[in-house]
Design a binder for this molecule. Sequence first.
Ligand code: NAP
Ligand code: MG
Length: 453
Amino acid sequence: AACEKPDVDAAVAAARRAFDSGPWTKMRPNERSRIIWKIGDLILKYTEELAQLESIDNGKPIAVARGADVVLAADIFHYMAGWATKIEGSVLDLSVHYTPGIEYQAFTRKEPIGVVAQIIPWNFPLLMAAWKLAPVLASGCVVVMKLAEETPMSGLFLAQIMQEAGVPDGVVNMLTGFGETCGAPLAAHPNVDKVAFTGSTEVGKLIVKAASNDLKKVTLELGGKSPNIILEDADLDVAIAGAAMGIFFNHGQACCAGSRLFVQEKIFDKVVAGIADIGKKIKLGPGLDPSTEMGPMVSQTQYDRVSGFLTSGREQGATALCGGKPVTGNGYFIEPTVLVNTNDQMKVVQEEIFGPVLTAMPFKNVDEELIRRANDSLYGLAAGIFTTNINKAHKIANRLKAGTVWVNCYNIFDASMPFGGYKQSGWGREMGHEVLKNYLETKSVCVSLGAAI
Ligand code: NAP
Ligand code: MG
């Protein structure tokens, strides 16, 4: 259960064998495509099993696991099945004339990078595994994945699904265990060609160091402190519901959570009161109870971390319009919280809380003030804009330093839409065809055609 260095070595060796001499790399793209599609189908077939495992492990409401996590996980496999047969290079007409009369023709090949190490977090255990594994299979790579120690069950079940779909032995290897004793030796392993990590910015920096020994390729999906912006001309019902969902979805344990709310001065009181009303009505409870709308934090550590932020906010002068407290007693519950009387310098406004805690601030002027404040973060993962003015929506979207901008909506994901961060929110993108770049090398082949025929 708690894999260590020898287990990592064995998994990497299995992956290396599968890449160097197994049937996988000899398979035709359409055969890989059919297997990847089948994984998507089987995820849907096992919706109930996967949703229960996810809810038990992570604490999220089972309806959410069923309707969001499982559906989106199946979707990325179906989407990536199509890409397996569409990986192509290009033919290049060269201009060089080193030797008069000699012509050259060149082309590029896209080749799988090799053995990939992937490390994922606990907030969307199945979905994070799916976002990472589907493009690995489409590109023809092999993988060793370390699941989050808090939530290994859906990933192990997914590995079983992959066997059932026909993924050959050694192509996908799952490790359970802790970051320091399992993740770290994996990220530094000399037989790994590429590391793809999703998790905190702090650990992301450790991954870069671990991978730097032999200059492995690295992509990172890290933290966020995303601004959600409501202009005074917004449809307030849409904006209030969108802002509430932006922070309370998945208990705020979402890297792209819209956790810094900027509301134009005139409508500030009305908007924050509306979000607080929604927060007060959210029913906390165990994930498997069908009436639960928000489950507990994933762990004691996370409960303590979010509680600490609530204390810090209070000490620095913030006030809570709803929530503001951890629930004492049974379980790691935190009340949905809206903090006002906050400012851009407070710890609760600058740091990623990763809990159901919104910090709300008024702004006056869009052009000078809002854009500067919205971009005043070391992160740049996502942003939201609520307005009925299409010109403003586009102009603001263009100026935000964020990998995803949602307009009049929030937390909309699709397998076709690249996701990832500016600044310290990461390197590279997941999803869309862009993600394939993470797992492919480009080879130029140059052929001399000799002198004229
Ligand atoms: P974390 O502490 O960074 O852990 C992420 C993963 O890294 C876990 O599997 C963890 O192992 C492992 N790990 C820890 N130390 C390591 C080390 N020294 N070497 C190698 N691996 C190590 O993050 P988390 O608390 O699980 O997740 C929350 C964070 O993830 C947030 O910051 C959130 O924003 C970010 N996130 C980002 C995205 C995105 O797409 N941008 C998506 C989801 C989450 P353990 O199992 O022992 O913890
Ligand atoms: Mg952890």
